[in-house]
Ligand binder design. Structure first.
Ligand code: NAD
Ligand code: LMR
Length: 338
């Protein structure tokens, strides 16, 4: 643990206990990979979330520094840092929500699948910790390739007998955040007033924005549909190329992850009508996992919502998406079953 005096330790514990006993507000949240490009701004945003009473920041590097820094913010959450594998179990014990942005990001020229070899092992190790220390926690998985890491996590949990498909959610919120922004630009309206469902998965052609279901209802020319679909599908690559070797989306991702985590916490609190898109175990298609709108509740995913009516363009794109998704899902499953 980072050096914390006995007095500070007692005070932290007292504040944490007060809050968790204090009623409806006050969830315990861990971020795994908290010192990274996503992890740091995400830690900042979660420290500002009034639903969070305890915030655990775990990483294999720099966790004490990030923790010291964030802990000086005069918001409610009590922050604790955890460094390296020997402290993983303490980081996870008793958590309600675990958010995982641990892993390597892309460089120009790479696909998300090129990250599989490194990130699959990282996700496996972290999920084994969850099995041991907080098997009932809701898990938000950000590490790429999400289309494979979610199946990996599911297989780790199944192997241990702790799998609850309602509690494992792949984070595809950034696709929705981007879609809302780009669609609002085309329509010339405020992005906060736009909601675009994005289904399928989180890589290239598997990212399928349903532009026929945009809220508020609107219509696009074929050129606009082609431009928007391509831009949304390649949003990640746009950032990777702009950063020119310095990583992938971190700030917009932290924003999206914080929004998604907040929705999960609202669901856990029992709020009604919390609906977001996420890559989850699903019967919406013949694939075992698929991203679509889900209703969040006290147990995590309360309901996976149907896709709704698709137009011809979307139906054709869906077939393409499913082909690639099936391969990525199987790759994740085989990594654990092999
Ligand atoms: P980064 O390299 O800046 O940070 C990753 C952090 O993970 C580092 O601090 C590193 O020390 C830590 N880490 C590595 N191994 C670990 C382990 N075993 N346990 C705990 N922490 C460990 O990368 P980043 O930009 O923050 O991206 C992280 C991941 O998120 C990448 O895989 C990236 O592709 C993915 N990502 C996903 C989305 C999405 O929409 N789902 C969006 C952006 C990035
Ligand atoms: C994104 O969509 O920004 C992330 O998946 C990171 C990446 O590699 O594109």
């Amino acid at each position: 643990h980072p050096p914390v005096s006995q007095m500070e330790e007692t005070s932290l514990l007292r504040r944490a206990n007060c809050r968790s006993k204090g009623g409806a507000s006050g969830f315990k949240v861990a971020i795994l990979g908290a010192a990274g490009g996503i992890g740091q701004p995400l830690a900042l945003l979660m420290k500002m979330n009034p639903l969070v009473s305890v915030l655990h920041l775990y990483d294999v590097v720099n966790a004490p520094g990030v923790t010291a820094d964030i802990s000086h913010m005069n918001t409610g959450a009590v922050v604790r840092g955890f460094l390296g594998q020997p402290q993983l179990e303490d980081a996870l014990a008793g958590m309600d929500l675990v958010v995982i942005p641990a892993g390597v990001p892309r460089k120009p020229g790479m696909t998300r699948d090129d990250l599989f070899n490194i990130n699959a092992g990282i996700v496996k190790t972290l999920c084994e910790g969850i099995v041991k220390c907080c098997p009932k926690a809701v898990v938000n998985l950000i590490s790429n390739p999400v289309n494979s890491t979610v199946p990996i996590a599911a297989e780790v949990f199944k192997k241990a007998g702790t799998y609850d498909s309602k509690r494992l959610l792949g984070v595809t919120m950034l696709d929705v955040v981007r879609a809302n922004t780009f669609v609002a630009e085309v329509l010339g309206i405020d992005p906060r007033d736009v909601n675009v469902p994005v289904v399928g998965g989180h890589a290239g052609v598997t990212i399928l924005p349903l532009l026929s279901q945009v809220n508020p209802p609107c219509s696009f020319t074929p050129e606009e549909i082609s431009y928007l679909t391509d831009r949304i599908q390649n949003g990640g690559t746009e950032v990777v190329e702009a950063k020119a070797g310095a990583g992938s989306a971190t700030l917009s991702m932290a924003y999206a992850a914080a929004k998604f985590a907040d929705a999960c916490l609202q669901g856990l609190r029992g709020d009604a009508g919390v609906v977001e898109c996420s890559f989850v175990a699903s019967q919406v298609t013949e694939l075992p996992f698929f991203a679509s709108k889900v209703r969040l509740g006290r147990c995590g995913v309360e309901e996976v919502l149907p896709l709704g009516p698709l137009n011809e363009f979307e139906r054709a794109r869906l077939e393409k998406a499913k082909k690639e998704l099936a391969v990525s899902i199987q790759k994740g499953v085989s990594f654990i079953r092999k």
